[in-house]
Design a protein around this ligand. Structure first.
Ligand SMILES: O=P(O)(O)OC[C@@H](O)[C@@H](O)c1c[nH]c2ccccc12
Length: 257
């Protein structure tokens, strides 16, 4: 029921003729005790699934906003264990699927098998590891499969056609289409031809295609969603929650329809 929860959530959105919206938050930013409340808030706003970042000291793909949130979370004493324990508390009543995003190092430090089973215990449906290349994913696929957790793969703007094909065939949960060349963070605009690129991905992917990186306004959400199955929004959500601007979060998620 772990991975299936994610598939059902995307199917429900598609059946309603709507687009998916996956907000990213950094676990432990704003205090671990508030994490479940933030998850409930995002679910109430209409999030299709929630991407939960586990803070790591060397986050190579994170831009300034997410990095700062990670530092706040680490300074507050957030660890893999405390996050999974916290999230597990509301597992039974939670309807929105959760996806963990972190780097290889914390997973290895915890132990791949142990991490996968702790995620399953906590009710996690998927995992995003941006520093795990396709060629090396055998390190985790077995353990994730055993626990029925989806490995969510990323496609870069620079991925070759052969690589796109390989990623698309293996896609599970969703395929994360990175929309910029660079790190996470708000952007004013996107490259020309992004629509064509996203559309092509939806034609080959076995799972829904979500566009993420730089999506920061309702206009971006509507624009990019035309070409794929929905969007992931990180920095803008992290920033709005940090500022206590919940209305902005509501408006952003509402723009998915
Ligand atoms: O912050 P942005 O530009 O909205 O991008 C999403 C992003 O934050 C989230 O998905 C994410 C945070 N850290 C990452 C590292 C790699 C891939 C994705 C992520």
């Amino acid at each position: 029921m772990t991975k299936a929860k994610l598939d059902t959530a995307f199917q429900t959105v598609a059946d309603a003729g709507e687009k998916a919206f996956v907000p990213y938050i950094m676990a432990g930013d704003g205090g671990l005790s508030g994490l479940n409340e933030r998850i409930r808030f995002l679910a109430d706003c209409g999030a299709t699934a929630i991407e939960l970042g586990l803070p790591f000291s060397d986050p190579v793909a994170d831009g300034p906003t997410i990095q700062a949130a990670g530092i706040r979370a680490l300074e507050a004493g957030t660890t893999v264990q405390t996050v999974l324990d916290e999230v597990a508390k509301e597992k039974a009543s939670r309807t929105v699927p959760l996806v963990i995003m972190t780097y290889l190092n914390p997973v290895f430090a915890y132990g791949v098998e142990a991490f996968a089973s702790a995620c399953a215990e906590a009710g996690i449906s998927g995992l995003i590891l941006p520093d795990l290349p396709l060629e090396e994913e055998g390190m985790v696929t077995e353990a994730l499969k055993k626990q029925d957790i989806a490995l969510i793969r990323l496609v870069a703007l620079t991925s070759t056609p052969a690589r796109i094909q390989a990623l698309a065939e293996r896609a599970e949960g969703f395929l994360y289409a990175v929309t910029v060349a660079g790190t996470t963070g708000e952007r004013a605009s996107f490259v020309d031809q992004l629509g064509t690129h996203l559309k092509a991905l939806t034609e080959v992917s076995k799972a829904p295609v979500l566009a993420g990186f730089g999506v920061s306004t309702p206009e971006h959400v509507r624009e990019l969603s035309q070409y794929c199955d929905g969007v992931v929004v990180g920095s803008k959500i992290v920033d709005a929650l940090h500022q206590g601007n919940r209305q902005q979060v509501k408006d952003l998620i509402a723009s998915r329809k």
